[in-house]
Design a protein around this ligand. Structure first.
Ligand code: AMP
Length: 444
């Protein structure tokens, strides 16, 4: 006999991961919070495609950024178009805003998203090549109150997930004041050029702001003494930043003024911020997400002048923290009843009963692949259900179901067609009883 050649099973690509059911629960919890916060803060959902014209990111994020230079997945498709897999979503949201004439809607237009982003980065803890971001954008308002609302939203969202973020805040000015500041930075860094890392030597030519953000030890030390953006803002930018700070102070939101915070992308103006976890288990400084103002982005993309403020949070990082810090309890699914059929014929009926109960809004568990009453009752106990519905030979003949009360062990026969109604009434009765017992207790 010919020996079958073994072939290696295809594996995950480096930096990619499967999100298995266990982890999905955490994603789902975050999604629900994201939806609830969107509703409360009046944001509407937008989904944009994963594939976009490469030019979108080159123009929005910046040709000279790490994302565009090194991390973007790009290709030429069968039709000869230059396409990129999105590394972030703000550029797409603004593209959609322009493309769909949202400028004609009452402003600001408040949008949120939740979806996968792709960056060819070196994988490490909390860093993947496909990762999820959630983000909120307030499009069409230049006021400091929108900055404050957005910063508040992100902070409260993290808190609701059991994570206490530290807000890092800075202003990097706009096209009026930034050029002079950049010149100042260039001349400062030039005096230390010999000690800068090779990347920063290059950054110095095109974007000296980014040297402030470098993690190399020597660059960090040099950046320490660099002139600060907030000391060099023009009057309108200074006024805007002061107002943002006043709003945050008034809310009692703590923040750190961080002169080295510049964010990586070209489209930022004025306010920039990040949310950090300062937990020692994650090195004392793990960025959960960040954002700021991008008042020039719409124009960069060929639209009208449209001020925007927004942020994105990394979902995998939130999940990592929620799990490790054990600061969030997943909502439990507590089934009300368990259905235990005995034999194949009963199983048919049981599926029917299951469907009727489910449609009546009753939470049901079963183990239809199991045989035998004791195994099924064992599971029912494990699920902690209030009732087990047993369908045996006699019940099949009588068109009934045996309702077993799992607390006191009493059993009662109920007609097959009445079962959903009967269980609903029982559950309601139990609920009322426990509510009045609680009332009685609190009155005491
Ligand atoms: P950024 O706009 O690049 O600062 O990204 C915002 C947030 O997205 C970061 O703070 C991370 O939480 C998350 N994030 C960015 N890149 C990755 C990645 N490669 N893997 C996982 N999360 C990421």
């Amino acid at each position: 006999m010919k020996k079958k050649k073994s072939i290696a099973a295809p594996r995950l690509l480096r930096g990619m991961k499967d999100i298995l059911p266990d982890e999905q629960q955490w994603f789902e919890a975050i999604r629900e919070h994201v939806r609830a916060f969107a509703r409360d803060f009046n944001f509407e959902r937008i989904d944009t495609p994963v594939l976009e014209p490469m030019a979108l990111f080159v123009r929005a994020v910046g040709d000279d950024t790490d994302i565009v230079q090194k991390e973007m997945y790009s290709f030429v498709d069968q039709g000869g178009d230059h396409i990129s897999v999105r590394p972030e979503a703000s550029a797409s949201v603004i593209r959609a805003y322009i493309e769909h004439g949202m400028v004609n809607l009452p402003q600001p237009v408040k949008l949120y998203y939740f979806g996968p982003m792709f960056r060819h980065e070196r994988p490490q803890m909390g860093r993947f090549r496909q990762f999820y971001q959630l983000g909120y954008e307030t499009v069409g308002d230049a006021g400091a109150v929108s900055d404050a609302e957005i910063i508040l939203l992100g902070e409260r969202l993290c808190r609701s997930l059991g994570i206490m973020p530290r807000i890092q805040l800075n202003s990097i000015g706009d096209e009026n004041c930034r050029p002079a500041y950049e010149t100042m930075l260039k001349s400062y860094f030039r005096t230390h050029k010999a000690k800068l890392c090779e990347t920063c030597k290059h950054r110095l030519l095109k974007n000296p702001l980014r040297v402030l953000d470098c993690k190399e030890t020597d660059c960090v030390a040099i950046a320490q003494g660099a002139p600060q953006a907030v000391d060099n803002l023009c009057d309108p930018c200074k006024k805007h930043f002061t107002q943002v700070l006043e709003f945050l102070d008034d809310l009692g939101l703590a923040y750190d003024l961080n002169p080295k915070l510049v964010r990586g992308l070209d489209y930022y103006t004025r306010t920039v911020f990040e949310y950090w976890s300062t937990d020692e288990r994650f090195g004392g400084q793990l960025a959960l997400g960040g954002g700021g103002r991008y008042d020039k982005l719409a124009e960069q993309l060929g639209g009208r002048h449209t001020p925007v403020v927004g942020f994105a949070l990394g979902v995998e990082r939130l999940v990592l923290l929620m799990r490790e810090l054990q600061s969030y309890t997943l909502p439990a699914y507590e089934p009300d009843v368990f259905i235990a059929p005995l034999g194949d014929q009963a199983r048919k009926k049981a599926l029917h009963v299951f469907d009727a109960l489910r449609a009546a809004g009753i939470k049901v568990r079963h183990a239809f692949t199991k045989d035998g009453l004791s195994a099924q009752l064992g599971l029912a106990n494990r699920y902690n259900v209030k009732y087990t519905l047993i369908i045996g030979q006699q019940e099949l003949l009588d068109e009934t179901v045996m309702v077993r009360d799992m607390v006191n062990g009493s059993q009662e026969v109920v007609g097959f067609h009445k079962i959903a109604d009967d269980i609903r009434k029982r559950l309601q009765k139990a609920k009322n009883a426990s509510a009045s017992a609680e009332e009685h207790h609190s009155e005491k």
